[in-house]
Design a binder for this molecule. Structure first.
Ligand code: PGA
Length: 232
């Protein structure tokens, strides 16, 4: 089981330090834990979590090592900082920043080549689900990805992200099984995972962990989800 906290655009270095100092003191044996702070907070997270089992990952990465790509960060730069991995293709990147299946594929490929662990995100919108297009959308998003030992996927139905609407365990299971039929790697569920719904989602056969947004920002709720993973 893997529990990853996607902090999105929350927590600068000071708040990151406070969170990591708290996290260091928790006993989370039995679950793989990853935190994904904003770029500016990666260094302090790497420093404070050094020597623990908790990994630090970025939220995106560019496909070139360096170059004229204003605002982007390369896998090589992340590696230099001691960062373990990165999220790629989060729906907010696709929705607001022009991320496409093609750019997701390039980012994932470059990150894996550079030795980073990758959490690549896929998921349908509410409209796509209502139109019965979920599998078509997932198939298309997954077509740019291939299995790799350092790759996990996150199934994050867009309609469940930050909305409080969680997929039912049955919906999650069905989608996860489909995702695995396309690319056979572990699949995390993401979308309004909270301490009170984590256990039943994580109990599904093809749910291999969770990518947690809002509930990863508070130490108590994040560690409660980690503990649910340990018990499952
Ligand atoms: P949420 O976000 O848990 O706040 O719904 C999940 C995500 O976007 O990764």
């Amino acid at each position: 089981m893997l529990i990853a906290g996607n902090w999105k655009m929350f927590k600068g270095p000071a708040e990151t330090a406070e969170f990591c100092l708290g996290l260091r003191d928790e006993d989370l044996e039995g679950v793989d834990v990853v935190v994904c702070p904003p770029f500016v907070s990666l260094a302090v997270a790497v420093q404070l979590l050094a020597g623990t089992e908790i990994a630090v990952a970025a939220q995106s990465v560019h496909w070139e090592d360096e170059g004229a790509y204003t605002g982007e960060i390369s896998a090589r730069m992340l590696r230099e900082l001691g960062v373990y991995g990165t999220i790629v293709g989060h729906s907010e990147r696709r929705q607001y920043f022009g991320e496409t299946d093609e750019t997701v594929g390039k980012r994932v490929h470059a990150a894996l080549e550079a030795g980073l662990f990758v959490i690549a995100c896929v998921g349908e919108t509410e409209h796509e689900r209502e139109d019965n297009r979920t599998e078509d959308v997932l198939r298309r998003q997954l077509s740019v990805l291939e299995p790799d030992d350092n790759l996990v996927l996150a199934y994050e139905p867009v309609w469940a992200i930050g909305t409080g609407k969680t997929a039912t365990p049955e919906i999650a299971q069905e989608a996860h099984a489909f995702v695995k039929s396309q690319v056979e790697v572990p699949v995390l569920y993401g979308g309004s995972v909270k301490p009170d719904n984590a256990a039943e989602l994580l109990a599904q056969a093809d749910v291999d962990g969770a990518l947690v947004g809002g509930a990863s920002l508070e130490l108590d709720s994040f560690t409660a989800i980690c503990r649910a993973a340990i018990r499952s």
